[in-house]
Ligand binder design. Structure first.
Ligand code: HPA
Length: 271
């Protein structure tokens, strides 16, 4: 079994890279961002020995290296969901690989269902916090002190100064962005109407089946995180509706250009 250091060295070799400070993880239907990368080179997860494999439609399964202006970026086009049967530690492994590539800032994007009637499909939601309702944690098991502490703090997981900067960039681009709490469920089923009501009462603004394990792992190993959800549907029953995966993909595709613009401009303005 290849460890994280070996795998990141193989990626460096395959993509001809030294150190990349910014990584972006693309959510369902949000792969349009990859087209914004200049001088892009990609490698399929399949070609990287020991790298986990993904299986969901709308998720490609490739690592892309490229540039946004003069900023070097590594992009995960295809993420790992717990509902696919991946162990939470597999997600931690992917994040540790990014850490070994030099990543200091992680940008996570996802498709999510609105838990609020005043946040309609098509809205971008800056994630200010999360509630981990998945019952799983990527840090379970022996702790590797090389990466981070046994009991990491999570109260500033979504770095305040990055959120402030993102709001400024959105303002400049005339992109409307809300801010809210991402409520992670394990999935793969969409919620019941009673769950949607309960999750809203617990403080969630949008429900989704990803992102949180990545963020926990990233914060554990000292990365700063920016998270953006694309609201693709009202969560089940909020408006007497029934969500489908197709609907989430269609809406994500529609909002992808707006999200890509925002993320690209954010990266361009990185120091
Ligand atoms: N619930 C959970 N995850 C989701 C949803 C939803 O309504 N939409 C997109 N991902």
């Amino acid at each position: 079994m290849n460890n994280e250091i070996e795998i990141s060295n193989e990626i460096k070799k395959k993509l001809g890279i030294q150190e990349v400070r910014i990584a972006v993880i693309l959510g369902s239907g949000l792969n349009g961002f990859a087209e914004k990368l200049e001088k892009a080179e990609s490698v399929s997860y399949k070609e990287i020995e020991g790298f986990p494999q993904t299986s969901v439609s709308g998720h490609k399964g490739e690592l892309i290296h490229g540039y946004i202006g003069d900023k070097e970026v590594i992009c995960l086009n295809g993420r790992f969901h717990l509902y696919e049967g991946h162990e939470p530690q597999t997600i931690a492994k992917v994040i540790k690989i990014l850490k070994n590539l030099g990543v200091k800032r992680l940008i996570v994007t996802n498709a999510a269902g609105s838990l609020r009637q005043d946040m309609s499909p098509g809205t971008l939601m800056l994630i200010k916090d999360h509630i981990n309702f998945s019952g799983k944690n990527p840090l379970v098991g022996a702790n590797d002190e090389e990466y981070g502490p046994r009991f990491p703090a999570m109260n500033n997981a979504y770095t305040k100064h990055l959120r402030d900067k993102c709001k400024k960039v959105a303002d400049k681009l005339n992109i409307d962005i809300k801010e809210g709490t991402y409520f992670m469920v394990l999935g793969p089923n969409f919620e019941t109407a009673a769950e949607v009501k309960a999750f809203g009462m617990l403080g969630g603004d949008a429900a989704g089946m990803s992102t949180v394990p990545e963020v926990i792992s990233a914060v554990h190993c000292g990365m700063e995180v920016l998270g953006i959800s694309v609201i693709t549907n009202y969560a089940a029953g909020l408006l007497n509706n029934t969500p489908t995966h197709q609907e989430t993909l269609t809406e994500a595709n529609k909002a992808a250009e707006k999200l890509s613009k925002l993320v690209s401009e954010f990266i361009k303005e990185e120091k």
